[in-house]
Design a protein around this ligand. Structure first.
Ligand code: MLT
Ligand code: MN
Length: 311
């Protein structure tokens, strides 16, 4: 078997179109203009055997995502799900709210950094994940391990998690804690996901505020990366008149500009580069935009819902 990666949701928090947004992209998508497509909220699924699937982040759109992708439909009667577990990269709403949909007597393993397990544990609504069925596992950083289902059956998927510059979840921001709102190491992580069979791997980093030297050397020489494509430029929300927050304020590096990801990646050897977690204000979402042309000229692809990659 080859490892398969399925993009369930290529959009950022809110998706595209976003419910209360009427800026250029959201509007065009809502009008089904040529060269647009609906992008649900941030999540991918990975399988090494075409049978058991692991979700990487569980978005609020998980219901429609599961419906749309037949790989995730129940295969046996009367109750079954191919979803064996979930791995979280942070505690943001777009990455954890889908857990509430995965309630009800279904065996799952839930992998996250201790920081994220802690905040979910403190929020009693997540008790719908019945501990008799849901095994919570804390991920150690910089240490590869194999994903397992609830019955300790190995998945053939190897994961190595590592901290990246980011921000504490929006709903946990604490202004009294100064400029970074109480952000600590581990609030945002990136993942290296590999097939145990052929050791082919890819990086999944849907949120990242800065490309550090450490991150550069980690990803240098890799075959594939799915990387934070949230914003085209840092002040895009303000310019689109939909908000005041900059990308940096939200824990996201922009695509363009001297400190943007396109420029930074020119120094890094990665064969295939794909933007994911793309905000509805980002013009690269439109197939016909000038910005889309620029990212493509710089060797980047823009992910879309339903995109499939075999490794
Ligand atoms: C983000 O990626 O910045 C967050 O998902 C924002 C949010 O929670 O809406
Ligand atoms: Mn997000």
């Amino acid at each position: 078997f080859v490892m398969k990666l399925l993009v369930l949701g290529s959009g950022a928090g809110g998706g595209s179109p976003q419910w209360n947004c009427n800026s250029e992209v959201s509007k065009a998508v809502r009008e089904h203009k040529d060269g647009t497509s609906i992008r649900t909220q941030s999540s991918i699924a990975v399988s090494a055997d075409d049978e058991k699937w692991f979700l990487f982040n569980a978005s609020p759109d998980i219901g429609s995502q599961m419906l749309k992708n037949k790989q995730l439909h129940p295969k046996k009667e009367p109750r079954h799900s191919p979803i064996s577990g979930v791995v979280l990269t942070n505690g943001d709403v777009d990455h954890v709210a889908g857990l509430l949909t995965l309630r009800e007597r279904q065996n799952l393993t839930l992998y996250a950094h201790r920081r994220v397990h802690d905040v979910l544990g403190k929020n009693s609504i997540f008790n719908v994940l019945n501990p008799d069925y849901v095994e919570k596992k804390e991920m150690s950083m910089n240490k590869e391990f194999e994903l397992e289902d609830k019955n300790f059956k190995k998945s053939g998927i190897l994961v190595e998690a590592f901290e990246v510059p980011g921000k504490v979840a929006l709903w946990l921001e604490d202004e009294s804690k100064g400029e970074n709102f109480g952000t600590q190491e581990g609030d945002t992580i990136g993942l290296k996901i590999s097939s145990k069979e052929n050791l082919k791997s890819f990086f999944y980093i849907p949120a990242c505020a800065k490309i550090t030297d450490e991150l550069q050397s980690r990803i240098n020489g890799s075959d594939l990366i799915l990387f934070d494509g949230t914003l085209w430029k840092n002040d895009e929300m303000e310019q689109s008149k939909v908000g005041e927050k900059t990308g940096q304020r939200m824990g996201h590096i922009n695509n363009s500009g001297v400190n943007g990801s396109m420029e930074m990646f020119k120094k890094i050897d990665v064969k295939r580069k794909i933007y994911i977690h793309i905000n509805t204000t980002n013009p690269i979402l439109l197939d016909y935009s000038e910005e889309r042309k620029i990212v493509e000229e710089n060797g980047w692809e823009v992910s879309y819902d339903g995109m499939e990659i075999s490794l």
